[in-house]
Design a binder for this molecule. Structure first.
Ligand code: FAD
Length: 288
C-alpha cells in the first residue's frame, strides 16, 4: 500500500487525512509536535455546523478522534528532516529518530505565532491580548490598537485592523521593521517594558517610561517552521508562504501544502477546504 505523510494536526492536516483515509488508496500518518493554533481559540463562532460557539480545543480534539476512527495514525513528535531520495520518494525523520519513507507528503504546519516575553502579556491573554486580527478586529471597532511584530505578518495584521480600529500602531519592540512603510498604520520601534490594564488591556509602557493608550494588542511575531521544511526539499517560497498551484501542489512532484502555511485567509474554514483540495490532488498523484 502507498504511504502518505501529513505534517501538522491542525484543521488543514486533519481535513486532508479524512479524505486520504477514506480513499482506501494509502496508509496515512499524521505527525504533530503540539497543539494546533485552533487550540488557543477560546470560542469559535464563525465556523459551520454549531448552534452555539465551540471551544477551539474541543473542535480539534473531536476532529482528531474522527480521523483516528477512520484509521489515521498519529505520531506525536516533531518532524525534523525531509529529503527526496533516488526513487523520488520522501525520507522523513522525527525528533525521536524514527525514519520512514513516503510516496507523498502534505505540509500543513500552520503559521508560527511566536509569543514574546513581555510583562503583563500572559495575564491579559483573552482580555485584550489577541493572536488573530481577522478573528477579533470586530471587538475593537473605533478603538486604538497595537500589533507587536516587525515583519510582513505584523503588517498584514495591522492592515486588517486598520479597516475597523481608530488607530493602529505596529510595535517592533526594538527591532528594525522588515516591511515597507504604510500610511494606514504607524510604527514605533521602542523597546516595550510592560502591557498594563486592570482586567483588560489599557496601555503599553515603553522602556523610556512613555505610555501608549490602547484597547487591544495583537501578537504577530515572525512565521517559520513550514518554510524550513519547504527549503529542505527545494520548493519555492513567497516570503514565509509555501507556493502552491490551485491543486495545492508545490513545485516538487508528490509534495503538497495546505492551510495557514500557504497564506491567504488565516481561518479554519479555509484551512479545512485547503486540506480537502490537497487530499484529492494527492489521491490523483498516488493513482498515476
Ligand atoms: C487565538 C486564536 C484564535 C483564533 N480564532 C479563530 C476563529 O475564531 N475562527 C477561525 O476560523 N480561525 C481562528 N483562528 C485561526 C485558525 O486557528 C487557523 O487559521 C487554523 O488553525 C489554521 O490551520 P492549519 O491546519 O493551517 O494550522 P494549525 O492549526 O496551526 O496547525 C499546525 C500544526 O502543525 C504542527 N507542526 C508545525 N510544525 C511541525 C513540525 N515540524 N513537526 C510536526 N508538527 C508540526 C503543529 O503542532 C500543529 O499541530 C484563531 C487562531 C488563534 C491563534
Amino acid at each position: 500500500m502507498k504511504q502518505t505523510l501529513i505534517i501538522g494536526a491542525g484543521p488543514a492536516g486533519i481535513s486532508a487525512s479524512l479524505y486520504l483515509a477514506r480513499s482506501g488508496k494509502t496508509a496515512v500518518t499524521v505527525v504533530t509536535n503540539g497543539e494546533s493554533a485552533l487550540a488557543k481559540a477560546d470560542l469559535i463562532e464563525n465556523y459551520f455546523g454549531f448552534a452555539q460557539p465551540i471551544s477551539g480545543k474541543k473542535l480539534i480534539e473531536d476532529s482528531r478522534k474522527n480521523a483516528e476512527r477512520l484509521g489515521v495514525t498519529f505520531v506525536d513528535s516533531e518532524l525534523v528532516e525531509l529529503q527526496i531520495n533516488m526513487d523520488m520518494k520522501f525520507d522523513a525523520e522525527t525528533a525521536d529518530g524514527e525514519k520512514n519513507t513516503y510516496d507523498s507528503v502534505l505540509i500543513a504546519t500552520g503559521a508560527s505565532r511566536t509569543t514574546p516575553r513581555i510583562k503583563g502579556l500572559k495575564e491579559l491573554e483573552g482580555k485584550g491580548v489577541s493572536y488573530c486580527a481577522i478573528c477579533d478586529a470586530f471587538f475593537y471597532r473605533g478603538k486604538p490598537v497595537a500589533v507587536i511584530g516587525a515583519g510582513e505578518y505584523a503588517l498584514h495584521e495591522a492592515l486588517t485592523l486598520s479597516n475597523t480600529s481608530s488607530a493602529v500602531t505596529v510595535l517592533t519592540d526594538g527591532k528594525e521593521p522588515s516591511f515597507e512603510k504604510n500610511e494606514k498604520v504607524s510604527c514605533d520601534t521602542r523597546k516595550i517594558a510592560e502591557i498594563t490594564g486592570s482586567g483588560k488591556v489599557e496601555a503599553v509602557i515603553f522602556e523610556d517610561g512613555e505610555k501608549l493608550d490602547i484597547s487591544g494588542i495583537f501578537i504577530a511575531v515572525g512565521t517559520a517552521g513550514s518554510t524550513a521544511l519547504a527549503r529542505k526539499v527545494g520548493t519555492p517560497l513567497d516570503g514565509n508562504k509555501i507556493m502552491v498551484d490551485e491543486n495545492r501542489a508545490t513545485a516538487v512532484p508528490g509534495l503538497f501544502a495546505a492551510g495557514d502555511c500557504i497564506g491567504g485567509l488565516l481561518q479554519v474554514s479555509k484551512a479545512v477546504a485547503d486540506g480537502a483540495i490537497a487530499a484529492m490532488s494527492m489521491i490523483r498523484f498516488l493513482s498515476e
